[in-house]
Design a protein. Structure first.
Length: 84
């Protein structure tokens, strides 16, 4: 897969990396600056195990659905171009 919606994967990777790194830096800075908020956010993970598991499973399933949709679309596009 060289392109996604007509945009080169290299460009998409560079843009996502340019957005991801500052966001992670800001979150890390905020956690360092205010550790109480970090502790408040993280303490619910062991307390609410079923909710945490459901959220993780939901994120995994949404990722799976997106990957399957892109894979199916690519397969159909390839088949149409090959047979046309």
């Amino acid at each position: 897969m060289e392109e996604l919606f007509g945009v080169s994967m290299d460009i998409i990777m560079a843009v996502l990396l340019a957005v991801f790194l500052p966001v992670i830096a800001v979150v890390a800075f905020m956690a360092w600056r205010n550790p109480v908020m970090l502790k408040l956010g993280l303490r619910n993970i062991p307390r609410r195990k079923s909710q945490t598991a459901l959220i993780i499973v939901g994120i995994m399933m949404s990722t799976l659905i997106m990957a399957a949709a892109f894979g199916t679309g690519d397969s159909i596009t390839y088949s149409i171009r090959k047979n046309a």
